[in-house]
Design a protein around this ligand. Structure first.
Ligand SMILES: Nc1ncnc2c1ncn2[C@@H]1O[C@H](COP(=O)(O)OP(=O)(O)O)[C@@H](O)[C@H]1O
Ligand SMILES: [Mg+2]
Length: 231
């Protein structure tokens, strides 16, 4: 049984439909890339998975159980871990306090997160607003790991970061996928980075899937992907 299935999801804000009849499926330990230009609904899809949008129709199944009407806190407890595009670090808490507030029982604790991100350990007494962009992104991922999810939703994790930091984060996300067994959904405008870290991919345009397939196929025909992303 898939970890996550979406059937004909229609969702948005107020009266506005943003996600328009979208279906997909993700197995345990697998990675999905969600690609598409700005404003096509990538973040809205992530927000719909955690219950932060208006649900118009369709179903979201977690291990076969319909969670479409479950509140955010229940979805988080079930194992959906959201790393927001804005990172949402608490500015007046230290790195360590940012991590501790998210803690839920499970394999991932402070030691494990510091092992994954030694830089966060070095910075553990720094305030949240004294971090570089890369450190903020590490903290955002680390904080979500502290909730001990099964599925990591990464919304543009590389946005605004220097290439050397992107490389470091890619290696860590790859490890989380391949060695630690997390399922991941990576939203990105940097198509190739996301495809290299994923098994399958979808390309969105105006809330609908316009391309989909194994990540390797999309990488082989990257121009078919780029035509939807380049403006
Ligand atoms: N809170 C909101 N209320 C109303 N419309 C929104 C809100 N957030 C996003 N939108 C609209 O939904 C569409 C998709 O946005 P978004 O999901 O953020 O796109 P992406 O992440 O692909 O850039 C855009 O037209 C955007 O203006
Ligand atoms: Mg977005």
């Amino acid at each position: 049984m898939p970890l996550l299935e979406i059937h004909n999801l229609t969702a948005g804000y107020g009266d506005a439909v943003v996600i328009d009849g979208l279906s997909l499926s993700l197995d345990e330990n697998k990675g999905l890339a969600v690609l598409g230009r700005n404003g096509v609904g990538k973040t809205t899809l992530m927000l719909s998975l955690i219950g932060h949008t208006r649900h118009f129709g369709g179903r979201i199944l977690w291990r076969g159980e319909d969670i479409s009407s479950q509140p955010t806190v229940v979805r988080s407890r079930l194992g959906i871990g959201w790393v927001p595009q804005e990172r949402n670090i608490f500015p007046s808490l230290t790195v360590e306090e940012n991590l501790r507030v998210a803690a839920a029982p499970g394999r991932y604790d402070l030691d494990k997160v510091y092992g994954l991100f030694p830089r966060l350990c070095e910075r553990r007494r720094n305030m949240g607003d004294k971090l570089s962009g890369g450190e903020q992104q590490m903290l955002a991922i680390g904080r979500t790991l502290m909730t001990n999810p099964r599925l990591l939703l990464l919304d543009e994790p590389f946005e605004g970061l220097a290439p050397v930091i992107v490389e470091e984060l890619e290696a860590t996300i790859g490890r989380l996928r391949r060695e630690e067994g997390f399922a991941t959904i990576i939203v990105e405008q940097r198509a190739e980075d996301a495809l290299r870290l994923s098994d399958d991919a979808i390309v969105l345009d105006r809330g609908r899937i316009v391309e989909s397939g194994p990540a390797t196929h999309l990488l082989d025909d990257i121009s078919a992907v780029q035509k939807w992303i380049a403006v």
